[in-house]
Design a protein around this ligand. Structure first.
Ligand SMILES: Cc1cc2nc3c(=O)[nH]c(=O)nc-3n(C[C@H](O)[C@H](O)[C@H](O)COP(=O)(O)OP(=O)(O)OC[C@H]3O[C@@H](n4cnc5c(N)ncnc54)[C@H](O)[C@@H]3O)c2cc1C
Length: 227
């Protein structure tokens, strides 16, 4: 464990130093993390939880962001300290964003923004990527510095929705993310877009239903549902 950053309200960013060969993954995939000992010769993997990878592939580290929800993430909050050695295994999952000429709409509720970062950090010249990012308050905005850098890129469109209070140094709107907000912002491009949804199950369900009722085909809605 090389870095631990707290964002308050039980949200933490963890950076883990790993051998470079361990960071072959595609943007959008996740890893398994266990707090218990693992003996690679036994083949038996202990209890673990899964977390989206928030850093780019082929680095000497991987980053994840987690929020304390139940027993296991509480254990993570209590037991993880810088310098501790832990086991992770990766890569898993098929929430992989396909590059297209049509607009890509990435919808993130809270820590659900994690799986988008390896994709957003890849250099690109063209295409339009819209990040609809909903947070409760300013200090819950993850990767603030990276958003600051991206916001000058022509292809990147940030739509930040903040439920409480105001935000310094980033454009934002007050309120909650919604499909009608996305439709308003995209205008006629709404029907052409591919939609990626990442966040709590209740948010995913609402967005999926609302997109379907507006005539968006299932094949254009891609989901990273967190149990
Ligand atoms: C694809 C994916 C990506 C995710 N990415 C993130 C992320 O980036 N950040 C984040 O904060 N959360 C993420 N989650 C959710 C995370 O994995 C945890 O499920 C969540 O944090 C619940 O908290 P907890 O484990 O403390 O709760 P707990 O109460 O400990 O457990 C919650 C659930 O885990 C399951 N579970 C219980 N016991 C076991 C066991 N022995 N072995 C395996 N599973 C068990 C059960 O379904 C239980 O309801 C992701 C989930 C998925 C599916």
């Amino acid at each position: 464990m090389s870095k631990i950053q707290s964002f308050g309200s039980g949200v933490y960013e963890l950076e883990l130093t790993v051998p470079v060969r361990s960071t072959k993954f595609q943007p959008g995939q996740f890893l398994h993390l266990t707090l218990d000992d693992f003996d690679p010769t036994s083949g038996w993997w202990p209890e673990s939880r899964v977390f989206s990878i928030a850093s780019e592939p082929k680095q000497t580290f991987v980053t994840i962001v987690y929020s304390v929800k139940g027993n296991y993430t509480k254990r993570m909050e209590d037991e993880l300290v810088v310098g501790k050695k832990i086991w992770i295994k990766l890569p898993y999952g098929d929430f992989v964003i396909q590059e297209k000429d049509t607009p890509l709409v990435l919808v993130a509720g809270g820590t659900g923004v994690s799986p988008y970062w390896p994709f957003l950090l890849k250099p690109r010249e063209t295409g339009a990527v819209h990040l609809f990012y909903g947070v409760r308050e300013e200090n819950h905005i993850l990767f603030f510095d990276k958003i600051q850098i991206l916001k000058s890129q022509k292809w990147f469109h940030l739509h930040l929705m903040v439920e409480n209070g105001s935000v310094k140094d980033l454009p934002y709107k007050a309120g909650r993310l919604s499909v009608s907000e996305i439709k308003n912002e995209l205008g006629e491009k709404f029907d052409l877009a591919d939609f990626y949804l990442s966040g709590p199950p209740v948010m995913i369900k609402t967005f999926k239903n609302d997109l379907t009722s507006l005539g968006i085909m299932d094949s254009k809605v891609h989901i990273d549902e967190w149990e």
